[in-house]
Design a protein around this ligand. Sequence first.
Ligand code: SF4
Length: 146
Amino acid sequence: MTVRLRAHHLLCMLTYVGRGYSPAFTQNYDGIASRIASGEEILIVHGPDDICSPLLAEKAPHCLRDNVANRDRDAATALQRLLARPIAPGIRLSPDSSLVERMRAAFAKGRTRRACLGCEWSVLCSSVAGRRFADTALLVQESIIR
Ligand code: SF4
C-alpha cells in the first residue's frame, strides 16, 4: 500500500497531534499517521489526497481551493531545496526517521514554513515544533529533535 499525500501535507504530518476539522477527519488522519510511522511509502499527488478524503463530501471543500494548491507549491519548493530531490506528483518517498528528522529540524527553524502562511493551524503547529514535536502521532520517540 502507498499513502497518497499532496505536497503541503508532508509538512502537516510532522506536527499532527490528533487535532483536525472533524472526528471523521482525525480518525482517518490517525490511521494515515500510523501507516507512515510504520514506514509505508508516500506517493506525492496533485490535489486532494488521503488526508483530505473525509472532507471531500462537503459542499465546497477547502481542499479544492487555489490557496491550498499554492500551499502545495510552496511546500514542494521548500522541501525540494531542503532534500535536494524533486518533490512533485508521482514522486515516492520512504518516510524513515532520518527524512522526518531533517524535515522537522528545518520546519522548527522556519525554513519550510512559507506554505503555512495564512493557515488556521499555524499557531498550533509552531507550538508543537517549539515542544520538539512531543506528542505527535508520527514517529514520536525516534524523531524528537535533540
Ligand atoms: S500550519 Fe497548516 S500548512 Fe503548516 S504544517 Fe500546520 S497544518 Fe500544515
